[in-house]
Design a protein. Structure first.
Length: 145
């Protein structure tokens, strides 16, 4: 049976911004690109992630000024998954860590991002045989435990 891999489903368009960028500028980039998160970097190395949810729970709810640097509200360290892992592994990691956006790495470099929406989309769109194949993967994993 074939598995569906993260690199087949991930979005390759990932925005990275330096940790010193303001919340205002970050929000402007996110709006312009219609994206739900940004990878925060320091010297071009990923050190955190900031999501739409962070804008609600850590910024608006706490009344932070928009000139605050994103390093003040980012989640860190960045939890990632290798591009060669399966969708099942990504789902398990997201469930375990209670996250909805998972940066994807290849040789230590961020090459994409996979979200819970991506996983739902691959599970619900397409042929019944694709859905059956994914369900078979889940059932096989359950038998192994």
């Amino acid at each position: 049976m074939n598995s569906t891999f993260v690199n087949e489903v991930m979005n390759k368009d990932v925005l990275t911004l330096d940790k010193s960028v303001s919340l205002q500028e970050t929000a402007e980039h996110m709006k312009k690109l219609s994206i739900g998160c940004v990878i925060v970097t320091e010297n071009d190395n990923p050190v955190g992630i900031i999501t739409e949810r962070d804008f609600v729970t850590k910024i608006a709810a706490e009344g932070r000024p928009l000139f605050t640097e994103i390093k003040e509200v980012m989640s860190s360290p960045v939890i990632t998954i290798d591009s060669e892992e399966t969708i099942w592994e990504a789902s398990e990691l997201m469930k375990e860590k209670l996250i909805h956006k998972l940066p994807v790495t290849d040789n230590g470099n961020i090459v994409g991002i996979i979200t819970t929406s991506d996983i739902v989309r691959i599970s619900s769109v397409g042929s019944d045989s694709e859905m059956r194949r994914i369900c078979d993967q889940i059932l096989l994993r359950m038998k192994d435990k």
